[in-house]
Design a protein around this ligand. Structure first.
Ligand code: HEC
Ligand code: HEC
Length: 330
């Protein structure tokens, strides 16, 4: 897929701004503009984002009329779900825990296994599942039809719905955290414990081998042993590629906003951040595909607490423009 780096997204973070030729956009502190991934055929505009936001919130397109994207990706819960397993559009439990969707701007493949090659495909599959509903319930509402036409210049269709949702999801960002202010030179932004945690994160605890870079993920698939002690474990990335080394490998999630969104891991098996760090300290669950970067760490109780403090310093500023529920057309 040809990817163009577009910075229009930053405009959306500054209500009232409009694109100007000499405009130098800026993402919030801590994010890298040149890492943004926006497909050529789905540029971001404020109008498209506003429309996508409505679809994200509107429950009228689920079979039951009770579920929307926001039901499982809740802004006040780090855009994740507090339930271990969410209930899907048809009212059945999902097999995996709903991941956060912050900072998807910086990744192409989606899902714990990378099953969906883009945000458009991700939203598109959900739309397809409920195609009829989307067309009947939303596509017949005059205000939606008019807004859709203004954005896409054509009649309401499922592809546009998916594109609008993807554009909105790209504006859901986490940044400007105590860690970012610390990195920018404010030595008081992080507690001493969090500062020790940062050194451990990059050193003895080896976290940054996988949670690397400004978004605290290399977007890679790794087997860290989660769920591997079960009888028929979820094989994660392997279910997409069929490659033996991918057995039990899952996408490394961003750690930004992580303190807002337990339970953790693809199966929601770890309840708190203390539990997560204790899990890594044990070296994960042994299995033939366990990453060579997983080893018992020998952390002291203080060191484990410091790593947790550091992760809490990755909690970003909430942007009310993005997270406030929209007014839905009647
Ligand atoms: C019933 C709960 C539920 C609903 C409703 C839901 N999701 Fe999800 N979402 C999940 C789960 C569970 C996953 C993980 C799926 C997997 O990895 O197999 C997921 C994964 C994702 C991802 C991938 C994130 C990543 O880091 O890989 C994105 C993006 C996303 N959802 C956006 C949406 C959008 C947009 C909608 C509405 C069209 C939506 N979701 C509706 C539960 C839900
Ligand atoms: C070998 C690569 C690797 C290393 C090393 C690693 N992680 Fe992870 N991390 C992952 C992967 C992959 C997942 C998702 C696993 C799953 O769901 O099965 C994950 C998940 C997490 C989660 C859950 C996030 C969420 O949204 O559910 C947290 C928190 C976390 N890691 C913190 C850490 C910390 C702290 C360290 C260091 C002590 C660390 N990780 C070391 C790869 C790694």
């Amino acid at each position: 897929m040809s990817i163009r780096i577009v910075l229009v997204v930053a405009l959306l973070l500054q209500p009232g701004w409009s694109p100007a030729a000499d405009f130098k956009p800026k993402l919030p502190a801590g994010l890298q503009e040149d890492a943004a991934q926006i497909p050529d055929d789905n540029p971001i505009t404020p109008e498209k984002v506003a429309l996508g936001k409505k679809f994200f919130w509107d429950t009228r397109w689920s079979a039951s009329g009770t579920v929307a994207c926001v039901s499982c990706h809740r802004p006040e819960h780090g855009w994740s779900d507090s339930r271990r397993f969410s209930t899907d559009f048809a009212g059945r439990p999902t097999p995996r825990h709903a991941p956060t969707i912050v900072n998807r701007l910086f990744s192409d493949q989606q899902h714990w296994s990378g099953l969906r090659p883009s945000l458009e495909e991700q939203a598109g599959k959900d739309v397809n599942k409920t195609d009829e509903k989307v067309m009947q319930q939303l596509g017949t509402i005059p205000a939606y039809r008019a807004e859709f036409r203004a954005v896409f210049g054509r009649d309401f269709d499922p592809e546009g719905v998916a594109q609008a949702i993807a554009a909105y999801v790209r504006t859901i960002l986490s940044a400007d955290s105590p860690y970012d202010r610390f990195q920018a030179g404010d030595r008081s932004a992080m507690s001493l414990s969090a500062q020790r945690g940062l050194r451990l994160f990059e050193g003895k605890a080896m976290c940054s081998r996988c949670h690397a870079g400004f978004n605290f993920t290399g977007e890679g698939y790794r087997n860290i042993g989660v769920g591997m002690s079960g009888k028929n474990p979820d094989l994660g990335r392997y279910t997409v590629t069929g490659d033996d080394p991918d057995r039990g490998a899952f996408k490394t999630p961003t750690l930004r906003d992580v303190a807002r969104r337990g339970p953790y891991m693809h199966d929601g098996s770890e309840t708190t951040l203390d539990d997560v760090v204790a899990y890594y300290d044990r070296g994960g669950v042994k299995n033939p595909w366990l990453s060579s970067d997983m080893k018992p760490l020998g952390l002291t109780a203080q060191e484990r607490a410091d790593v947790v403090e550091f992760m809490k310093a990755l909690t970003g500023r909430i942007d009310p423009e993005v997270s406030r529920p929209p007014d839905l057309p009647k």
